[in-house]
Design a protein around this ligand. Sequence first.
Ligand SMILES: NC(=O)c1ccc[n+]([C@@H]2O[C@H](COP(=O)([O-])OP(=O)(O)OC[C@H]3O[C@@H](n4cnc5c(N)ncnc54)[C@H](O)[C@@H]3O)[C@@H](O)[C@H]2O)c1
Length: 341
Amino acid sequence: MAKVAYVTDVARYSRRQATASDYTPFLVSDTTGVLVTGGAGFVGATLVRRLVASGYRVRVLDNLSTGDAAHLSGVDADLVTGDIRGGRALDDAVAGCDAIVHLAAAGSVVGSVADPAANFDANAAGTFRVLDAARRHAVPRVVLASTGGALIGDATPPVDERSLPKPLSPYGASKLAAEGYAHAFAMTYGVRTVAVRFGNVYGPWCARKRGVLNVFFGALRAGEPIVIYGDGSASRDYVHVCDIAAALQLALESPAIPGGTVLHAASGVETTITALADLCRLAAGRPRHPVEYRPARPGEVGRNFASYDLARRLLGYSPTVRIEDGIPLLWQWFESEVFRG
Ligand SMILES: NC(=O)c1ccc[n+]([C@@H]2O[C@H](COP(=O)([O-])OP(=O)(O)OC[C@H]3O[C@@H](n4cnc5c(N)ncnc54)[C@H](O)[C@@H]3O)[C@@H](O)[C@H]2O)c1
């Protein structure tokens, strides 16, 4: 099946533009128009390629604050440079669309601590504006990017949709507010919203992010020790961006899923930070590269991974890229796209 070919072929895909032959379009006609907010970012780069290759007309609205037009170079999508908080740009972008995937956000936990008002503005107020534009333009379906770890906080894993949200950061709180508005707009106005809570996403086009993999890869490349804060037992749920893009497309296309639904799209696998460092060292061909342990930093979540049972039942979502395969593929991508200069 084309979908499987896509994921198993992730290495080849990462190094070149997707072509229509990567996918078999399904469930959509080639005239279905999707607006992807934040589509020039890390997740957007993979999602937009996937949607275009599936036969959608894709329009991207992005203010390029953390994204880059180069992420979409050669992709047959309209890129509108504009802000989700600005009335005219948003309205123009939403007009005529059949669905919205809302990715645009200020995604940094640290940034949200430094400037909670700006984070609120982008994520809570920004999502409200996107939903309100969907309501006014009668866009029937909105899929929103949400987060597992930051929104739920310190809970005994695996977390799922019944876990009580207790955000530890303004970023987590802003995503919870966004989910609240998505639910309210589904109940009040009939906009069919689906919030997809991602695990820790990794994969190509992540080079502008400040994630742990970028830091570890940078240390390996520079010949400096990999620094781990704490004893290395802290864990996360690392999910490949191809699996996240698949989950978002499934959420877009599943006709039976009720508005206001919240789902976790994760790997379901707990990976400690020490295990992640080992995978990075192996991928770089330097299994003995030094690792330095430093005192834990305050406020970091300890263990975290999520169950994706509901997404499997409602969407047929199932992750396909094992981290043992995904990390070496990402190292190869860094070597060909980031380290070559
Ligand atoms: N990457 C992860 O591990 C992860 C985990 C959980 C949730 N998420 C969520 O997934 C979504 C995509 O994240 P990403 O990792 O691709 O981040 P990213 O920063 O690479 O992408 C976000 C995009 O939104 C754009 N943007 C930001 N503010 C905007 C605004 N006001 N108007 C228009 N465009 C704006 C940025 O320029 C960027 O292109 C975000 O909502 C993020 O919170 C990501």
